[in-house]
Design a protein around this ligand. Structure first.
Ligand code: MV4
Length: 451
């Protein structure tokens, strides 16, 4: 087992990793910017290293600062969390070159999945169905129009280096292609430094369903069920649940089994998430995330497994301690991402936390570094807490979530708690009958049937 792990992240996920390490008897090293000196993950760590000023590019994204901190502290492994350096293949390779373990997938798998065209090709080779579209990158609007004519409009232009929805353009008909293509290329170039784009048939009302994978270094792979992440605003997930209310047991077993078989073929290791669009009973692979995800707790709640612990175990070379048959799913879980932002305008709302009271009781989990007197810095993502609830059924989970949201007190700044209270009372959400556009239409609809 590792003796000392450096946690290359901040906020709730740094705390989440720290907790797993402590339970495993592993020493922790927190790195932090000067904006995070008083943060909870820094206070609780065994050792701390300041790695730079507030802007992420000068601290949490500074590869040499993080590697130097690991070397000075004598860490034998680095956990990257999510965001920041977590899906930087060059960073993962450098960590290994420095003789440390990267607690995550191999640099090659990170690189492969970072190229969305290569990822799709790999998925096809590994037996997964993908959305019809161009075979690879498309050179110009003329070639794009040829593909679109073949698969039929509407189509979606996506960035090869993209992911997470940035730089996508829906094209309704051939007349709109030329402008959309140029715009997509320009946005891809600006966002990712790579103008390359590809084309897919645009699915108008799918759900976003993703399968959690766990793999050891010896070819064993299991899935931990799926999560429904269809509730998004501007490609930011707002609320996630497991299992998906859209799937029956046969569909669940089928997609889990296909994702496992694909990852075995690819020789994948560590945790990963295979993302699908679910439309008219079919699953289409779109991307794979080669990291621990924000929403991993809903999977932990229904599987009883500690994903961070398992991720650390397999990174030491230990074999998976259980088989697919031994994983028992139990009940239902929902996570609400709580952001420091105005619940109507979505403007960030950093500031000092006044009174703070987190909900508790049976089936309630709060992953957060918040405390009364803490200052939410303006330099980073606005997510300040995750409220995760478990129930024996979806209805019990929903009742408990409403209760827990009502108990949560975060004074001093605006949060998205009122938005969540609205969502959990909407009939469409209560029925589980939503797609990827439902939340945005609810928000755009203004004052509607809440309370
Ligand atoms: C799509 C799609 C429809 N058809 N691909 C968004 C994030 C990235 N992971 C992939 N995404 C999508 N890919 C095809 N072929 C719909 C989405 C999508 C989306 C698109 C427009 C507006 C909001 C969206 C929310 C979630 C997913």
């Amino acid at each position: 087992m590792f003796e000392k792990v450096l946690i290359a992240n901040r906020g709730e996920i740094a705390l989440r990793i720290l907790r797993a390490c402590r339970e495993m008897g592993i020493q922790t090293v927190a790195v932090h910017s000067t904006a995070d000196t008083d943060a909870m993950h820094v206070r609780l760590a065994d050792e701390t290293v300041c790695i730079g000023p507030p802007p992420a590019r000068d601290s949490y994204l500074n590869v040499s600062a993080v590697l130097s901190a690991a070397s000075i502290a004598g860490a034998d492994a680095i956990h990257p969390g999510y965001g920041f350096l977590s899906e930087n293949a060059d960073f993962a390779a450098l960590v290994e070159k420095n003789g440390l373990a990267f607690i995550g997938p191999s640099p090659d798998h990170i690189r492969l999945m970072g190229d969305k065209v290569a990822a799709k090709k790999a998925a096809v080779r590994a037996g997964l169905k993908v959305v019809p579209g161009s075979d690879g990158p498309v050179a110009d609007a003329k070639a794009a129009a040829l593909v679109a004519k073949d698969i039929g409009y509407p189509v979606l232009i996506k960035a090869t280096a993209g992911g997470g929805g940035r730089g996508m353009k829906v094209v309704k008909d051939e007349r709109a292609m030329a402008d959309a293509f140029r715009l997509a290329q320009a946005e891809a170039k600006a966002a990712f430094g790579n103008a390359q784009v590809y084309i897919e048939k645009y699915l108008t009302t799918p759900r976003h369903i993703e399968v959690q994978i766990l793999a050891d270094n010896h070819g064993e792979v299991v899935h931990l069920g799926e999560r429904d992440c269809s509730l998004q605003r501007r490609h930011q997930k707002v609320l996630e649940e497991a299992p998906s209310p859209a799937l029956n047991a046969a569909e669940r077993a089928a997609i889990g089994g296909r994702a496992v078989a694909a990852m075995k073929k690819l020789g994948y290791r560590s945790v990963g998430t295979v993302e699908f669009l679910y439309d008219a009973g079919e699953f289409y692979f779109i991307e794979m995330n080669t990291r621990l995800q924000v929403e991993h707790p809903v999977t932990e709640m229904i599987s009883g497994l500690d994903l961070v612990r398992e991720m650390i175990r397999v990174a030491t070379g230990a074999p998976l301690g259980f088989t697919q048959d031994e994983i028992v799913f139990n009940g239902h879980s929902i996570e609400c991402r709580i952001n420091a932002e105005n619940p109507e305008t979505f403007q960030p709302s950093p500031g000092i936390i006044g009174a703070y009271h987190a909900p508790g009781g049976l089936g309630v989990r709060v992953d957060s570094g918040l405390f009364s007197g803490y200052t939410v810095p303006p330099h980073y993502d606005s997510m300040i807490a995750k409220l995760i609830v478990h129930g024996t059924s979806r209805n019990e989970c929903l009742m408990r979530l409403r209760r827990a949201l009502g108990e949560y007190v975060i004074d001093g700044l605006e949060t998205s708690i009122p938005l969540h209270q609205r969502i959990v009372n909407e009939p469409t959400f209560v029925n589980g009958d939503y797609d990827i556009h439902w939340l945005e239409s609810l928000i755009a609809g203004g004052r509607k049937s809440h309370d």
